[in-house]
Write a protein that binds this ligand. Structure first.
Ligand code: TEU
Ligand code: CA
Length: 547
């Protein structure tokens, strides 16, 4: 196992990062231009979302050719150059492999449609009865998971959009094809992989209706998932690389198996339970305030559970599918600076590998789009329709999208105060967010007290302190609204306090200034009396005790 515990990953949503050729769409050359910025931030890996040939119905998560760079994002040469330039700066590239499904434009699916039975076996085609789909499962993007092909008189499975057909991993040929894809990119010098919804690849032997849910219990962490992952990793020789699986609706038990080195599957897992604490009745499209007690419970269970089982977490608040954390768990107006820093602290000092999503390091907020025309995301557009059909008014549906849409995290990076924020020479493919503050990278880099500088400090701390990268974690009971945890390694102990509310809250843990060194704080000054018994709104304190 390689030494990855002190590494930090930066996620790039390529379409919205930096446009180099003035077409309003971010691209590979744009990423290369910004490598020095990333080096300054201090990250070790960049994960770039799919840049392969694609009709882009789901912005590249619908791959048409695994071996080609989409011309919209550049050329293979651009990619090779990016890898080389990254290596010079000590930044490794992780690519995103979408192996649960392909675009329906993929050659394999096209052959299947043309009647080639060999290729129909690459996908999951089934007959329905009485004109009904084979099961009542619900797609992640709304509607049925089955699409009917009249001339074949069969339905095919798509857990996501109908242009994303699920691959049949039961078929050894499919598994061999996908191994070749991994080896190809490995050969290009890619040093890590993120596997998209990889825990959904193993489908049940019998397809049946779900009478109590949307079907996910039949294919999530499915029957052969561990077997498939072991085979993929072994046969492609990527055991020593940094790999992360995106695990949808997963369990701690399965994530231990996915990421415990002894199992020889992956390095770490993304899980999403902490990002559902503001879903009313588990429903993404019903808004409520985050349940902080639940949030604490989830982190406690996952952190302690994974530690006990020898698993490893990928830590994140934001990605291209999620609203911005400062808008969601912080306060992006009155406490924008403080809450951005508090959320960063909480996450980066946990046990696991932190992921920074582009713009998070400068405190970018939700997009807060006003009209439906501004939205580009297939899920947002589908659910807007569904909400209207279910009887919501347009205003109600738009209000929900403003909180929940994936486009909140997809507004273009804001590099400087020039027109189009230095992202592009022209109007970008998606609108900029409607900001209260003129948030830009230029304004923050090299500026003491900025969110960017704070992230630099967090990354530095992880590299300096083994208690953070490798230490044991324990949680201690604090006033509701505050989460407190400890990290310990050898003689070093670090205490972390985070106030997740906009209230002053008193601490149960009493501490004296003489006994600790204040490693980090997000308010400018501690009170002078040498003792601190409370935390201000969104305040965080990181204390070091050395014995
Ligand atoms: O996402 C998987 C996934 O299930 C979600 O994060 C999903 O977007 C969310 O639950 C919807 O509410 C991955 C990719 O990250 C995402 O961008 C793709 O759309 C999806 O897989 C399909 O490839
Ligand atoms: Ca471009």
């Amino acid at each position: 196992m390689n030494n990855f515990q002190d590494k930090v990953v930066y996620q790039i949503y390529i379409k919205s990062f930096k446009d180099s050729n003035g077409d309003g769409i971010g691209d590979l050359k744009g990423v290369t231009e910004k490598l020095d910025y990333l080096k300054e931030l201090g990250v070790d890996y960049i994960w770039i979302t799919p840049f392969y040939a694609s009709p882009l119905n789901d912005n590249g998560y619908d791959i048409m050719d695994y071996y080609q760079v989409d011309p919209l994002f550049g050329t293979m040469e651009d990619l090779e150059n990016l890898i080389a330039q990254g290596k010079k700066r000590g930044i490794s590239l992780m690519t995103d492999l979408v192996f649960n499904h392909t675009s329906t434009k993929h050659e394999w699916f096209q052959k299947a449609l043309a009647g080639d039975e060999e290729y129909q076996k690459y996908y999951i085609f089934k007959e329905g009865e009485f004109g009904e789909p084979p099961t009542n499962w619900v797609s992640k993007f709304g509607g049925s998971t089955w699409e009917y092909v009249p001339h074949l008189k069969k339905w095919y499975l798509h857990l996501f959009d109908k242009t994303q057909a699920d691959l049949n991993w039961e078929n050894p040929k499919v598994r061999e094809e996908l191994k070749e894809v991994v080896k190809f990119w490995r050969g290009k010098g890619v040093e890590g992989f993120r596997f998209d919804v990889i825990n959904l690849i193993s489908k049940p032997e019998n397809f049946q209706n779900d009478t109590i849910g949307d079907g996910r219990r039949f294919y999530t962490d499915g029957p052969k998932i561990h077997e498939y992952l072991k085979e993929l990793v072994k046969d492609t020789g990527i055991r020593e690389l940094m790999t992360v699986g995106e695990m949808s609706s997963t369990s701690i038990e399965d994530c231990i198996r996915y990421s415990n080195p002894k199992e020889e599957e992956l390095t770490m897992c993304f899980s999403f339970h902490h990002l559902k604490v503001d879903y009313k009745n588990q429903d993404k499209w019903e808004i409520m305030e985050p349940d902080l007690i639940e949030l604490q419970k989830i982190f406690r269970n996952w952190q302690l559970g994974m530690q006990k089982g020898g698993g490893w977490n990928a830590l994140f608040w934001c990605n291209h599918d999620q609203p911005r954390s400062v808008s969601r768990f912080g306060d992006d107006k009155a406490y924008w600076l403080e809450s951005s820093k508090m959320l960063a602290t909480f996450l980066h000092l946990l046990r696991g590998t932190p992921y920074i999503y582009q713009g998070e390091e400068i405190g970018m907020t939700n997009g807060y789009f006003i009209s439906i025309e501004e939205y580009k995301d297939v899920e947002s557009i589908n659910y807007y329709q569904i909400m209207i059909e279910e009887g919501k008014t347009k205003e109600e549906a738009l209000k929900i999208l403003r909180e929940r849409s994936r486009d909140n995290g997809r507004t273009p990076m804001q590099w400087n105060q020039e027109k189009f924020y230095g992202f592009s020479q022209v109007k970008p493919w998606i609108p900029f967010g409607k900001y209260e503050y003129p948030i830009t990278a230029e304004e923050q880099v090299g500026k003491e007290g900025s969110i960017f500088s704070y992230y630099q400090e967090l990354i530095r701390l992880r590299k300096e302190r083994s208690a953070i990268s490798r230490g044991e974690i324990t949680f201690f009971d604090e006033t509701p609204g505050i989460i407190g945890y400890k990290r310990r390694n050898n003689q070093e102990e670090i205490l972390v306090f985070c106030n997740f509310t906009n209230q002053d809250l008193s601490l149960k843990t009493q501490w004296k200034k003489d006994d600790f060194f204040v490693l980090l704080q997000n308010y400018v000054k501690l009170e002078e009396n040498g003792k601190r018994n409370s935390l201000r709104p969104y305040e965080t304190l990181v204390l070091l005790a050395e014995s």
